[in-house]
Design a binder for this molecule. Structure first.
Ligand code: ADP
Ligand code: ZN
Ligand code: ZN
Length: 731
């Protein structure tokens, strides 16, 4: 008999342990396959973690374990789903992130192979059927048969569905003239691309590539200003890796926002490229996945989840726009693609290349300490100048247009001139933290938490200001505590309002809007971007979505309608986000031959994130922001981990949150700060109440082992569920 350790799909996320089942059949089972089991009288899909042979009887085993060991119901897979490397990754990733293995399996495998019940109804392999010639002897054939024989001969082979189903055809199979063959079908249709010669590399690009090749380091951070030709560096290194017979993983933040990257790779590597992103149908994903696993595609271009692509012998992993938050998954298993990429590269002796004009502070700090190898591209291609910028103080009413509170004189005038020259403009608003904080219009005072020093969030339901870090609350006052003015504003207007205003002030302008609402279907995004590139509109209004990566040659004006919202968002990352957004947005202006111009409207005209972004000076921003992070004990000076307690009954959730916080406080003494339990901004999720505990620490091993113990101590409770997020983003 074989004894199986089986992980099962289970609603409770903190339950991270296998269950025992037996198998009395003939087959030799291997670990890594899926089986059908019963658990609490339900039929579920399980994943076999381990198999052992035993001579004991089931009665003996039941007695030993103290419960009844059931037999599995059925075997689903013939062979293991993951190769050795991915199995090792499953162990490493789930212990780093303290996330259940089953949640990583769900993240790693396409829906058709996932250890979930729904996978049994997911798409299967699709085939194409062809006719091929076996014997081209035309004797004894009818004229129609000869015609078909010659046709197939000329074409090599012919799709069965393109040939008549008449009897004379079937007859030719019987007589051994033709035969039917089947081949796996690729449902994702990728057009044929011709090879495109790379441009001659610039001196800077050559230097970067040489330095990369000479070094033996594991992780590289390529910091290159916007328009400095980072993509060409990725492509060259990919070609080189491919030529050595190794595979390449190219990760981008979002495919729909970066259709160009896919095209570049298709031009260089045509049918060696597989594409993995969230807009693929389950069937397409299944096909791409198997094509990669079989080794037919050695280059993968994809988003965060593609970091688990079953490539073998990886030589290079690139993360473009490495600072982008979409690389961090904000649901279980809460992984960051960068950390997974590093784990995989270490296994293969490969290299990881992170690229950005505005690296995340964590990555850049590791670069400064030589944990990552820094590489620089300091010049724009063809020595184009960075755009001229102007900061407009929106607190000073002299600056504001009399007909519109959204536009300053400067922005209205600049837009007028841009339209008159028949050039294009981008107007951008950062929608994050929309309408949630309160500022004094008179002196610029922002209502902040006295202990945490981050902006308080306005809750309309009870007219209170609340801190999302600690339990601090205060009623919204009528006057500013600094200057006494009663002119307090709850900041926030959306893209619709801007579109309205542009149309009102410039009736002849054609406007396109791009934000997560207008792009409910992500397939719309490339259409809107393409329409703007083709100059079907002269103004594009949008959220942070339009700040990244695009190359619009005719855009000469970028207007940041309100640059503060990001700054007052209750997070220690506010300044970093605002700096990145403004820098990236400004980088869209004047990329071809015409000079670019950018206007930044703000209530905080002297905030360092805004002044340094206007000057496109990453270095000064980095130094200043590092000081702030050090003072506040935030990353990169501290690591973060959050624990969320989630349950139906609010009292139970609160009581247990305090129990857990007490436990953590007892266990963690040195160089650790524990904040909370606190009430998150969205404190009820589908009927579940949530409370958060945030841990700031420097000793990763210590905290990981304590969290591990906590998980074991507090998980077996039916009143709540525990979610651990290592290196969380939204605090
Ligand atoms: P980044 O990603 O650094 O913002 P890109 O990779 O988009 O910059 O490059 C900016 C522009 O310069 C693109 O249009 C690209 O095709 C072009 N480019 C890149 N390298 C070269 C080169 N060596 N010679 C000529 N043009 C180049
Ligand atoms: Zn004031
Ligand atoms: Zn606070």
């Amino acid at each position: 008999m074989q004894l199986l350790e089986v992980l099962i799909e289970y609603a409770k996320s903190s339950l991270n342990r296998p269950f025992s089942y037996s198998y009395k059949g003939e087959k030799e089972l291997s670990k890594g396959i899926r089986v059908l089991v019963t658990f609490n009288n339900r039929h579920l899909v399980g994943y076999v973690l381990n198999v052992t042979k035993t001579d004991k009887t089931i009665e003996e085993l039941n007695q030993e374990s103290g419960f009844e060991i059931l037999e599995i119901e059925d075997i689903i897979d013939e062979s293991p789903l993951l190769n050795d490397e991915l199995l090792a990754l499953l162990d490493e990733a789930s212990s780093y992130y303290l996330a259940p293995k089953i949640s990583f399996l769900h993240a790693m495998l396409p829906p058709s192979l996932s250890p979930r019940k729904s996978s049994l109804k997911a798409p299967r392999i699709a085939y194409d059927y062809f006719y091929e010639i076996v014997n081209d002897d035309e004797e004894n054939l009818t004229n129609k048969q000869i015609e078909l024989l010659r046709f197939i001969k000329r074409e090599g082979r012919v799709l069965k569905r393109e040939v008549s189903k008449a009897k004379y055809v079937l007859k030719m199979i019987e007589t051994g003239h033709i035969r039917e063959v089947k081949e796996e079908k690729r449902r994702l249709k990728i057009p044929d691309y011709h090879y495109e010669e790379p441009p001659e590399l610039t001196i800077e690009q050559i230097q970067v590539i040489e330095e990369f090749n000479k070094s033996e380091d594991l992780v590289y951070l390529l910091q290159g200003v916007t328009g400095s030709g980072k993509t060409e560096v990725y492509l060259s290194l990919s070609e080189q890796t491919f030529a050595q017979g190794k595979s390449v993983l190219m990760l981008v933040p979002e495919i729909s926002l970066t259709p160009m990257m896919v095209e570049y790779y298709l031009h260089r590597f045509s049918n060696h490229v597989a594409i993995l992103h969230s807009e693929l149908t389950p069937a397409e994903r299944y096909d791409e996945y198997r094509k990669i696993a079989r080794g037919e595609c050695q280059i993968v271009v994809g988003v965060r989840s593609a970091v688990f692509a079953p490539l073998q012998n990886i030589g290079l992993i690139v993360l473009d726009e490495e600072h982008t938050e979409s690389y961090k998954q904000d649901t279980l298993p809460f992984y960051h693609a960068r950390e997974i990429a590093i784990m995989r590269a270490r296994y293969y002796g490969a290299k990881v290349l992170l690229g950005s004009a505005t690296p995340s502070l964590e990555s850049r700090a590791r670069g400064s300490k030589n944990v990552y190898h820094m590489l620089f591209l300091n010049k724009r291609i063809n020595d184009q100048k960075l755009p001229k910028t102007k900061i407009v103080n929106m607190l000073d009413y002299h600056n504001i247009d009399r007909e519109s509170y959204i536009f300053s004189h400067a922005l209205r005038e600049a837009l007028h001139q841009t339209l008159a020259r028949n050039e294009q403009a981008i107007l951008l608003i950062n929608r994050r933290g929309f309408s949630t904080h309160v500022t004094c219009r008179n002196c610029g005072h922002v209502f902040k938490c006295p202990t945490c020093d981050i902006a308080l969030t306005y809750h309309k339901s009870d007219n209170m200001l609340k801190c999302h870090h600690c339990e601090y609350v205060e009623p919204l006052s009528d006057n500013c505590p600094e200057c006494g003015s009663s002119y307090l504003i709850k900041t926030g207007f959306g893209t619709e309002k801007i579109v309205e205003e542009v149309k009102r002030l410039f009736p002849s302008a054609t406007v396109l809007r791009l934000d997560s609402d207008s792009a409910k279907s992500r397939r719309k995004v490339p259409e809107i971007i393409e329409a703007f590139r083709k100059k079907q509109a002269n103004v594009l209004v949008g959220t942070q979505m339009i700040a990244k990566g695009h190359d619009f040659p005719d855009v000469t004006l970028v207007g940041i309608v309100l640059a503060d919202i990001g700054l007052s968002m209750p997070s220690f990352r506010s300044s970093e986000r605002a700096f990145q957004l403004i820098t990236q947005a400004i980088g869209r202006s004047g990329r071809k031959d015409k000079p670019g111009y950018a206007i930044i409207q703000t209530y905080l005209p002297s905030h360092y994130a805004i002044t340094f972004a206007a000057r496109q000076n990453y270095e000064l921003f980095y130094r200043k922001e590092m000081e702030m992070r050090k003072l506040q004990f935030y990353p990169p000076y501290a690591f973060l981990a959050s624990v969320t307690i989630k349950g139906r009954n609010e009292e139970h959730v609160i009581a247990n949150a305090y129990l857990i916080a007490d436990y953590l406080n007892e266990q963690l003494l040195e160089k650790v700060q524990i904040l909370g339990p606190s009430t998150p901004y969205i404190s009820i999720e589908r009927g579940f109440h949530l409370r958060n505990i945030l841990i700031k620490y420097v000793n990763r091993e210590l905290v990981q082992s304590v969290l591990n113990k906590m998980q074991q101590l507090f998980s077996f409770n039916n009143q709540y569920d525990l979610l651990i997020n290592i290196d969380p983003y939204n605090f």
